[in-house]
Design a protein. Structure first.
Length: 92
């Protein structure tokens, strides 16, 4: 599995949410991650939302799509809200 992203978008995401896409890619190492289809944004491509913890203990909300040959394209990432953290923690 590989990752791709727009570097400008990664910098913009870092400025807006404090998380760059390299850091967001670490969320895919979480064996307890919760992933669901993003129904409201999947008209043109299948988008997914993931709640996952990274090695710092932070829980992230990551939006991504899967491209050809198992390449994950990161779209957005931010710290999970209190409600999202509770959903993640209750699922464990």
């Amino acid at each position: 599995m590989g990752f791709e992203w727009d570097e400008r978008k990664s910098r913009a995401n870092l400025a807006k949410h404090g998380i760059d896409f390299h850091t967001a890619s670490l969320a895919f190492d979480d064996p307890f991650a919760l992933t669901m289809r993003d129904e409201s944004h999947s008209d043109e491509e299948n988008r997914f939302i993931m709640l996952a913890a990274i090695d710092t203990g932070a829980i992230l909300f990551v939006v991504f799509t899967v491209r050809a040959q198992d390449v994950i394209r990161l779209i957005s990432a931010r710290a999970a809200t209190r409600r999202e953290r509770a959903i993640y923690e209750e699922a464990q």
